[in-house]
Design a protein around this ligand. Structure first.
Ligand code: 13P
Ligand code: SF4
Length: 316
């Protein structure tokens, strides 16, 4: 437990400075954590930032696979996550041994994996992608390349539909994005007819079809800032609304609810496990440290670096 008299914000900043630690946060974590971070971004930006930081300690405020990616990219640094139990349903939907069997059953395929995977799944992958670069990386392979895409069948199906490819899909999904429904978004559209609909490609196909803009969290944020519309219905984890509202204070952002409408917003309970209190304790105690088995890391770094190289070449 943390003493109530402690000013968490100033202590976190003091500890980060004293220990030469960089605090990185994904757009889905609690707004208070995003506000204290040195850097906020989507999955691609977090990996790119980790690869180039000169800090001694990286504190990754996000889910476990994000910490693993940073640890694989920075074997000489200490990588911490505020809560080691903050996993990801999409990563969990693709156990490495089962994925390796699937790959072995389809010889001759290039294996493309979404970054939302464990290090062990990345180790049986040829190139990693994020929602920011999936289309461009898939298109960087000749059209007739047989491709396995895992684990997100929604993102994979979307990329198939916009590229005309016929990638073989693993049948995983994110439980948060799978919860958005056409019906609820149409209800919001009826109440806000001028609102543009922003959709993350982890959503199901019929929801993606309602979108004015489909993209990663960073792409949706950029669109919301630049677009002329003043209202937006946002179909992705509701943490992104924090930065949208900060970056475009005169615009209205309406979170799309989950299909059971138990709440107005659709939250990832794993991302929301990251709190200011846990961030403080993790910096203070320098734990939990993200550890990746050396053999797995040696295999997983290749497809991650390949993603970073292609992204750099494409200016992403
Ligand atoms: P991006 O960060 O690529 O938008 O992906 C969203 C996500 O689900 C991260 O877990
Ligand atoms: Fe994983 Fe979905 Fe949460 Fe993103 S929102 S971390 S994909 S469970």
């Amino acid at each position: 437990m943390v003493d109530n008299n402690i000013d968490l914000r100033s202590e976190i900043r003091r500890l980060a400075k004293e220990k030469n630690a960089v605090i990185m946060a994904h757009y889905y974590v609690d707004g208070a954590v995003q506000d204290i971070a040195d850097f906020i971004g989507d999955s691609l930006a977090l990996a790119q930032q980790a690869a180039k930081t000169d800090a001694d300690i990286i504190v990754l405020c996000g889910v476990h696979f994000m910490g693993e990616t940073a640890a694989i990219l920075c074997p000489d640094k200490k990588v911490l996550v505020p809560d080691v139990n903050a996993t990801c349903s999409l990563a969990e939907s693709c156990p490495a041994d089962k994925f390796a069997e699937f790959v072995a059953e389809h010889p001759g395929h290039t294996v493309i994996s979404y970054v939302n995977t464990t290090a062990a799944t990345k180790a049986v992958t040829d190139v990693v992608v994020t929602s920011s670069n999936a289309r461009q990386i898939v298109e960087s392979f000749p059209e007739d390349t047989p491709i396995i895409f895992g684990p997100d069948q929604n993102l994979g199906g979307y990329i198939n539909s916009i590229t005309g490819r016929n990638m073989l899909l693993w049948n995983g999904a994110c439980h948060v994005h799978a919860r958005f429904s056409v019906e609820k978004i149409l209800e919001l559209k009826a109440a806000h007819p001028k609102a543009k609909v922003l959709v993350h490609p982890e959503c199901k196909g019929p929801v993606v079809k309602l979108a004015d803009k489909v993209g990663s969290t960073a792409a949706l944020l950029k669109y919301a800032i630049a677009d002329d519309a003043s209202e937006f219905i946002v179909a992705t984890e509701s943490g992104i609304l924090h930065e949208m509202q900060k970056s475009a204070p005169n615009k209205t952002f309406i979170p799309a609810p989950p299909d059971d409408a138990t709440c107005a917003c659709n939250e990832c309970e794993y991302m929301k496990m990251v709190t200011l209190e846990k961030l403080y304790l993790c910096l203070k105690n320098e734990e939990p440290v993200v550890k990746v088995d050396a053999d797995i890391a040696a295999k997983a770094i290749r497809p991650i670096n390949k993603m970073l190289e292609i992204s750099q070449k494409l200016g992403l």
